[in-house]
Design a protein around this ligand. Sequence first.
Ligand code: TPP
Ligand code: MG
Length: 549
Amino acid sequence: MTARSTTKAGYAAVEVLARAGVRRFYAVPGESFLEVLDAVERHPELSLISTRHESGAGFMAEADAKLTGVPAVAMATRGVGASNLAIGVHTAMQDSTPMVVLLGHVESGFLGREAFQEIDLAAFYGPITKWASVVHRADRVVEHIERGLNIATSGRPGPVMIALPEDVGGEDVPFPPQTSAAPRPRPAPDPEEVRYIANRLGEAQRPVIIVGEGAREARDELVAFAQAFNTGVYAAFRRQDVFPNEHPLYLGHLTLATPPETLRALEEADLVLVVGCRMDEVTTQSYELPRSDQVVIRIDADPGAAAPFERTIVADARSTLSALIARIPTPGQGRDWGTAHRAYLESSSIPAGRPAEGIDPAQVVAALRVALPEDALLANDAGNFAGFVHRYWRYNHPRTQLAPANGAMGYGVPAAVAAKLAAPERTVVACCGDGGFLMTGQELETAVRLGAQILVVVFRNGMHGTIAMHQARELGRTAGTRIGEVDLASFARSLGAQGYTVEDAEDLGPALEQALASNTAALVDVVTDPDLISPTARFSELAGFEPQQ
Ligand SMILES: Cc1ncc(C[n+]2csc(CCOP(=O)(O)OP(=O)(O)O)c2C)c(N)n1
Ligand SMILES: [Mg+2]
């Protein structure tokens, strides 16, 4: 038996996380969790990434785990840091991403007195996490961390929050900690259930699959399965990289303003198999599809989800798909997905430029398709510009999309920074609107400081375009959606990155090439035509007046 000495509880907490495979801790420092910060900084296997705002730390931890499948840690101090951090935690919750949130808390003797920066952290974080807990005793810190890791990574993954009162992190506990965090459970399907799905698929005339984040790790099995059973495949909202988009069985992306021709095969399906997907509002087209008269079977590691299913098979996607393939299926005869796949290819083909005052956002994606390697990793913010990226970028390679299913603005830049830190060999690009970019764009400094060579592309239309579009359509007026002209290239340079401004379409390619060749993070600020509000609509036609009036 190894002799045990003692350490402070904050160090023990970090050691448990390191042993579970966690590698990166994203934080804005605070005086309430000094031991934890010090433990990460001193640990030879861990990186402490100090961000410029807690929203950056939260988004980075989320994107890191979305890419790697291993939870990262987001850390912040008491009420003030916890409030700033919340958006990334909400993202992890809606996106089913494992995350451990470690918060410093007020001294245990002061809890409940509305002490300096005190918030009831368990109550605040309860609705946006799978589990939120305050550890009151140092000798129970290790147990809390292990439990948090287990909850974050099992079933439908998600965030957990553990708050350490300032004094608790500094108390002595035995070292090394005795850890027993369980490896992520991968429940195998019951053979009877495998038989049942195989039979149902064999009987169906037009079966389709909807795939979500729960099948990211099962890509090869998914492709083999779709081919073996000859089924069409849809990607859930912002999960476009789960299946190669140019594969003849790919039918498209269930997104906002999904083209009607993309939806046709889903509307006509007599069996819908849902794999690793929580069937959110956007994927289900406002809970309209699949319809209640369609047979829906679901494979998921978690029993809960918000749609009527004929049957849910609570099992790991990879082992279930493997078991199905092993049944030597009879591929559905006479099922032809050619028309539906061609509809996808057509809708994702970049059209000839529309007459425009400035650059057509579709042309920005066209230039990216030329400038970037096919397996580039695209992180995107939320906004109408993203509609162009989703529509015209073809995600043929695995793990090439980091996109918030909760539509959080500000996600793009921090997500790209974390992706580059987690996978330095990848080409990583953040696509942002001018509204979302200035919510977290200061994390470019974090990228520069850490040598994360990311490319940021900003679609600058001078407005919160998404909201202006909704206002134009519904009210015929706009309110609060104009934003000022900012010299974003200078802003990027002031943070130590390269900066380029593009006002003419012919300068796009050269600017992207230069930015990609630079030896630091770089930003390309593209002035787009605000009238080209979506791939299919013009603002002036919706509103009856020009966008900047
Ligand atoms: C954090 C956050 N705040 C507000 C919103 C509501 N919202 C959705 S899109 C959008 C405008 C985005 O503007 P921009 O980034 O410039 O992109 P654009 O729509 O102009 O392409 C807003 C305000 C949101 N999704 N997230
Ligand atoms: Mg904008």
